[in-house]
Design a protein around this ligand. Structure first.
Ligand SMILES: NC(=O)c1ccc[n+]([C@@H]2O[C@H](COP(=O)([O-])OP(=O)(O)OC[C@H]3O[C@@H](n4cnc5c(N)ncnc54)[C@H](O)[C@@H]3O)[C@@H](O)[C@H]2O)c1
Length: 266
């Protein structure tokens, strides 16, 4: 795989989960990497985990000004920008009747508007040089519903639509735009027993981990993927192609005691 060693990258949500692992992979290939994250604690941990050569930037991706400053800082420091990976995201699982307008706004603002602001601004910087790669993070929820995830699933449906729309608009500038559709990936604390139980819904027999995402991300960012744009690459061990068995459903009704027979207007 041809991952150029002179890459200049920004990874949002780069201080945790997939973003951290993808940043590590890009660093190992010699890229300069700016990790953008809202959490100072995550940034401190990631900076010591990744070592020298990363540029930590505390940024709220919902803020136009902060995003603009971050792209300007990274571009100036690296002498350009050719790779943007968007992994900043939030999820709040709630039954529909408990979802507030604030929940909706937070989820859509971070997951969808934040992805738009970052790619809009970084795309402009890449277009000036006539090349670039943007990678969004979708979810199985974009095309199949997760119970209790109305705002999250809506945000990820938007990510897939936006990926295709941006791919068309940016192709004339030499910029490719793709998305990864991760499955059940273990980036959160969970016991071995619970992980094994949840892994039963996956045809490949286990939950994924962040490293399972890093290879496909590096491929899509590489020259080997030079003719791929507008694609949503599913990386889920086979989850989306199957019919689910209720006995091992990941979002079973008993996790949502409020959701049952219709109990009248809320
Ligand atoms: N883990 C999974 O199973 C899974 C599955 C499908 C899709 N995804 C998606 O992949 C992406 C990464 O997931 P993850 O599990 O690595 O998440 P994570 O929670 O480990 O990492 C997300 C990072 O985003 C940062 N962040 C949150 N709000 C921000 C903001 N306003 N500005 C800047 N940074 C912000 C957080 O501080 C955190 O470091 C998300 O978009 C998520 O929806 C995850």
């Amino acid at each position: 795989m041809t991952v150029a060693s002179d890459r200049k990258a920004i990874v949002t949500g780069g201080a945790s989960g997939f973003g951290l692992e993808i940043s590590r992979r890009l660093r190992e290939s010699g890229a300069r990497v700016a990790i953008v994250d809202i959490s100072q604690d995550h940034l401190a941990h990631a900076t010591s985990a990744l070592g020298p050569g990363v540029l930590p930037l505390q940024v709220d991706v919902r803020s136009t000004q902060s995003v603009r400053d971050a792209v300007r800082t990274a571009t100036a420091k690296f002498g350009g920008l050719d790779t943007l990976v968007i992994s900043a995201g939030v999820i709040h699982i709630k039954p529909l009747e408990d979802v507030t307008e604030a929940d909706w706004d937070l989820t859509l603002d971070v997951n969808l508007k934040g992805a738009f602001l970052c790619s809009h601004r970084a795309g402009r910087s890449m277009a000036e040089r006539g090349r670039g790669v943007i990678l969004h993070m979708s979810s199985g929820g974009a095309t199949r519903a997760h119970r209790g995830n109305v705002a999250y699933d809506a945000s990820k449906g938007g990510i897939e639509a936006m990926t295709r729309a941006m791919a068309l608009d940016l192709a004339p500038y030499g910029i490719r735009v793709n998305a990864i559709v991760p499955g059940l990936i273990r980036t959160y604390d969970i016991s071995e027993e619970a992980a094994a139980e949840r892994g039963k819904v996956v045809p490949m027999g286990r939950l994924g981990d962040a490293e399972d995402l890093a290879g496909p991300a590096a491929f899509l960012a590489s020259e080997d993927a030079r003719y791929i744009t507008g694609a949503c690459l599913v990386v889920d061990g086979g989850v989306l192609v199957q019919q689910r068995s209720p006995a091992v459903e990941t979002f079973p009704l008993d996790r949502f005691p409020h959701i049952g027979p219709f109990r009248g207007p809320w």
